[in-house]
Design a protein around this ligand. Sequence first.
Ligand code: MG
Length: 350
Amino acid sequence: MTLTAIGFEGSANKIGIGIVRDGKVLSNPRHTYITPPGEGFRPNHTAKHHQSVILDLLDKALKEANISSLADIDVFCFTKGPGMGAPLIVVATVVRTLAQLYNKPIVGVNHCIGHIEMGRLVTQANNPVVLYVSGGNTQVIAYSEHRYRIFGETIDIAVGNCLDRFARLIKLSNDPSPGYNIEQLAKKGVNYIPLPYTVKGMDVSFSGILSHIKSLTTGSKQTRRKDNQLKSNQYTNEDLCFSLQETIFSMLVEITERALAHVGSKQVLIVGGVGCNVRLQEMMGVMCRERQATVCATDERYCIDNGAMIAQAGYEMFQADKDRKGMSLDDTSCSQRYRTDAVYVNWRED
Ligand code: MG
């Protein structure tokens, strides 16, 4: 029997709707809310953006999948969290309404688990150590006994948030994404500027690196150290992009390697928006080769937040649910802080 799942994702500045049928992605359109250079995205503005495009995007998802009516969908899935409150709620409200209109089961999905299940589907990585790196999340994850366990994570801001805020500092464009533009500039960097390298056990910290760059480039009050301050003729933005990437990616490779050694896995799966970065994939590849392991990465269609990943994880959850009832409406609330290890993974063995 075939099973068709639709997934709605809107936990940050992208809104995506994907349709998945038994491991096949039928459609996966997405729309990104892009702010002017120097600005981030605020929850209320982002929620309004999602609200204004969600129904058109739904039409597009159905058309591309060649599905004429939502009545032909078996289960409605949405991102329950983690993410920004207002955008999450906008999407959840639409999905709750549609599921009731069409009298279909509804499944709330953990966003991080959406990334993991989509990565496993696309790359066929069976039991990898997962590095999840994005604008809102930074975690090293491995599966054990029905949970995706967090081995290491950021203790302050996410790696993608560090990149986004750095891009704002040097007024880089947010189109198509700040991280992409940093990656392109970094290729032209020649001088490595030493930056704090902050690994604490299995965890990492990025906020101090950002303050340090601020103090180097602007001599900001809190951290002003005249002798350390760089003169503008001593570095270029390209050098800064290059140095920042090399430093923070090394930190991520270090904690991933430690998890890989501990778990005894031979695969690293990189997911999340920052996972598109080819330099990060290269650096991870060097480490993996030394351990006879392989890197599994996906391209921007699946790395970046999208609807299909929510459909895929929801599909797995629904398949494993014997009654096929989905969640009760009371359980379809959103949670801004919804940890990866809070979910009981009953769709995987051992
Ligand atoms: Mg994400």
